[in-house]
Write a protein that binds this ligand. Structure first.
Ligand code: HEM
Ligand code: HEM
Length: 214
């Protein structure tokens, strides 16, 4: 029997995150900073919603379920027993992603290209801080890319060991036997929060770059 393990928001969040990071990477590298800023604000709204959903969302979305002792993490690397939600090793990866993505987003707000464009918080801090934020923005992206490579390799490795983790993230359901079905909440509320954050950010910081795109 299939058990629901990922709610609609977690599934949408993941694939929107993948698209958002790809757009931000290429627009950053190409210097298309209007697209970069608009996408950056949408990703900020998405991440803020994910963190709130980590407090009020489904059991498998909870931030509290991501913390495990090093011993449990090591044990989970060796075992392929069914697990509802992220297993302890996967949880570590998820926490690393949340930190790396937030560092990238927040440092971007303080980053300037030293020519025409600056993040919305640059004018509030001394120039040396903006320089530091720029250095962090340029270095952290490389760490984020390494984390993405490790993440995708782990998913492929699990597949080779006979465990398909991608299918549940697309359908929301697993057919593996589980001890108890997790408590789920409808992702609609989270999408509502995401829309509100997006509109607020696009009407404030995002207004100028958004208009420049048309
Ligand atoms: C930009 C690239 C990517 C990033 C930043 C990323 C990030 C994440 C994050 C943050 C989660 C946790 C979801 C949550 O609880 O909110 C996750 C889970 C997951 N991701 Fe990705 N991901 C990326 C690409 C991919 C790709 C290309 C695949 C498929 C091949 C994939 C497959 C999965 C799967 C299957 C899970 C659930 C793992 C589990 O069952 O514990 N990811 N990813
Ligand atoms: C996860 C989100 C983000 C990613 C993955 C990302 C990625 C990048 C990349 C790859 C570059 C090019 C770096 C280089 O040339 O070495 C860049 C540049 C830049 N980013 Fe972001 N960025 C993100 C969010 C933001 C945000 C939210 C802002 C501000 C609102 C921002 C502002 C900038 C600026 C101003 C530059 C140009 C810096 C320069 O020319 O030296 N970024 N970003």
């Amino acid at each position: 029997m299939a058990t629901k393990v990922w709610d609609g928001f977690i599934r949408g969040f993941h694939w929107l995150l993948v698209i958002g990071i790809a757009v931000l990477y290429f627009s950053g590298e190409e210097g298309w900073l209007e697209i970069h800023f608009v996408t950056g604000y949408l990703l900020l709204a998405l991440m803020a919603t994910r963190l709130i959903w980590g407090l009020i969302g489904s059991q498998t979305a909870k931030l509290s379920s991501l913390f495990h002792s090093p011993k449990t993490v090591l044990a989970s690397l060796k075992s392929s027993a069914p697990f509802v939600g992220h297993n302890p090793a996967g949880s570590l990866m998820v926490l690393a992603f949340f930190v790396l993505i937030m560092v990238q987003l927040i440092s971007g707000l303080f980053t300037t290209d030293d020519i025409l464009v600056e993040g919305p918080l640059v004018s509030y801090v001394p120039y040396s801080w903006a320089e530091l934020a720029g250095d962090i923005h340029h270095t952290n992206i490389d760490i984020l890319l390494i984390a993405i490579a490790v993440h995708i390799s782990a998913i492929v490795l699990y597949r080779l060991r006979g465990k398909n983790l991608v299918k549940p993230l697309l359908t929301g359901k697993t057919t593996e036997p589980v001890a108890a079905a997790p408590a789920m909440r409808s992702g609609l509320l989270a999408y509502g929060i995401f829309v509100v954050f997006s509109v607020v950010l696009l009407l404030t910081w995002g207004y100028e770059p958004l208009m420049a795109l048309f």
